[in-house]
Design a protein around this ligand. Structure first.
Ligand SMILES: Cc1cc2nc3c(=O)[nH]c(=O)nc-3n(C[C@H](O)[C@H](O)[C@H](O)COP(=O)(O)OP(=O)(O)OC[C@H]3O[C@@H](n4cnc5c(N)ncnc54)[C@H](O)[C@@H]3O)c2cc1C
Length: 416
């Protein structure tokens, strides 16, 4: 069923009786060509692109919970391509271009809003680093503008300019960045993949991997065994758990990241703003809530909830850069499990097990990567070779001493 303005109008006239579920709820088949473990943004996008761009058939997505219940529905919805390093920038710029055409591709309103992201700087050294980053972005075809304090004040008069411990000196602006309604991304990809025959199997947890003589043969699930010669793993914060079923120990730790939403307010900030002297970022949802977050909790955990010290730290950051935030009531908060890699960059690669592929290590930046990650993983599953934008995301880069350390923080996952 295609969605259109005409369809909305026609359904209004006939009592909304013609709508159908956005995707089917099929029973698992005993065998598929390709299984994708994880019905988050990355797994669903992979299924969609595999079916629509690479002619994939007999594909199933196995999700232990429900579509949109993982990080894809828990993130703070920011998409951007303001990276510095060669391994990253072309990939994230490709992703941003896919976001720009996503709603037409999926025939689904994902509320893609290119409202811009502004990274504030508070020192000369930070300004110089942002100039360098902005130039790197432009060299890769992305957009970047350096603003001085006056230009920032004109855009965001509510920030703390006059009485700040770290005065705002300016900011690096990417106008094409913005926000996308996160759960709509999961639903849009699920619907598009389903329309091409992909089976989306919710409440189907993978409990084991069938491996014979170094080759994947299928998976064990809570709904019985399923055979497949190709299995892609895209389970974000559960990566180390699932890959341990193949006897693999990965350069990944799982950490909690929390997010917060205030009560609905009148329009206060138009785009996304990040505080450069603390870890705090904020945007405003279309319902009016301020959506904000900060650092990960900083200790290993598989729990989808966080702790109070980080709550205090995040709201302190908010008060420092935008004191008006102290007048708003906090409405809700939640946590998600981050697959933090050793260099802060992702992995999209084959594994030592023939037919078993890995998509992981997204840290807290994987939402913006969803379209490119899905495309690159589909390419890998279909051809066995890395996609041209993801050639650096190899698993052996840690052994070969080729980390993609965007922050320069070293091999410490909680610092990325
Ligand atoms: C609070 C918060 C804020 C964030 N903000 C941003 C942001 O603003 N911008 C950005 O780019 N990124 C952000 N991120 C990161 C981003 O959300 C993640 O990197 C990304 O969503 C991970 O990919 P995914 O969507 O496929 O993960 P998920 O949605 O978590 O999908 C993985 C799925 O695998 C399933 N699974 C796990 N184990 C099994 C199993 N054994 N069998 C079957 N299924 C299994 C899980 O149930 C889950 O649904 C944020 C994350 C959080 C938590």
């Amino acid at each position: 069923m295609r969605y259109s303005a005409l369809r909305v109008f026609a359904e209004a006239l006939r009592g909304q009786r013609g709508w159908r579920p956005a995707w089917r709820d099929p029973d698992p088949q005993p065998e598929y060509d390709t299984l994708i473990i994880g019905g988050g943004g990355h797994g669903l996008a992979t299924a969609h692109y595999l079916a629509s761009r690479y002619g994939g058939k007999r594909i199933a997505v196995l999700e232990k919970g429900w579509i949109g219940g993982g990080n894809v529905g828990r993130n703070t919805t920011i998409v951007r391509s303001n990276y510095l390093l060669d391994g990253n920038e072309p990939f994230y710029e490709y992703s941003l271009k896919l976001w720009e055409g996503l709603e037409q591709d999926l025939n689904y309103n994902a509320m893609v809003s290119q409202r811009g992201i502004l990274n504030l700087y508070h020192s000369d050294a930070q300004r110089d680093a942002y100039i360098r980053r902005g130039n790197a972005m432009k060299l890769h075809g992305a957009d970047a503008e350096l603003l001085d304090a006056g230009a920032v004040r004109a855009m965001y008069p509510r920030l703390n300019f006059d009485n700040a411990r770290f005065p705002v000196q300016g900011g690096l602006l990417q106008r094409r960045a913005g926000t996308v309604r996160h759960d709509a991304v999961a639903w849009g990809y699920a619907r598009a993949a389903d329309s091409r025959g992909v089976d989306i199997l919710q409440n189907t947890e993978v409990t084991g991997l069938q491996i014979e003589q170094g080759r994947i043969k299928g998976v064990e699930t809570t709904r019985g065994p399923i055979r497949a010669a190709r299995v892609g793993v895209a389970v974000a914060g559960s990566t180390s758990r699932v890959m341990s079923m193949a006897g693999m120990r990965l350069p990944i730790e799982s950490h909690v990241l929390q997010a917060f939403v205030s009560e609905g307010l009148k329009p206060l900030i138009d785009g996304v703003v990040t505080f450069g002297a603390g870890h705090f970022y904020v945007s405003q949802s279309d319902k009016g809530g301020l959506v904000f977050g900060g650092d990960i909790d900083g200790y290993n955990s598989y729990a989808q909830r966080g702790n109070l010290p980080v709550v205090e730290d995040v709201v302190e950051g908010g008060m420092a850069i935008m004191p008006a935030i102290g007048r708003a009531r906090l409405l809700r908060m939640w946590g998600g499990i981050m697959d933090m890699s050793m260099d802060g960059s992702p992995i999209i690669d084959r594994t030592p097990v023939e037919g078993l592929y890995l998509n992981a290590g997204w840290c807290y930046g994987g939402f913006k990567a969803t379209p490119a990650s899905g495309m690159a993983f589909a390419h890998l599953l279909a051809t066995g070779e890395p996609h041209e934008t993801a050639t650096a995301y190899r698993l052996d880069r840690f052994r070969r001493g080729l980390p993609i350390d965007e922050k320069g923080a070293g091999a410490q996952p909680n610092l990325h």
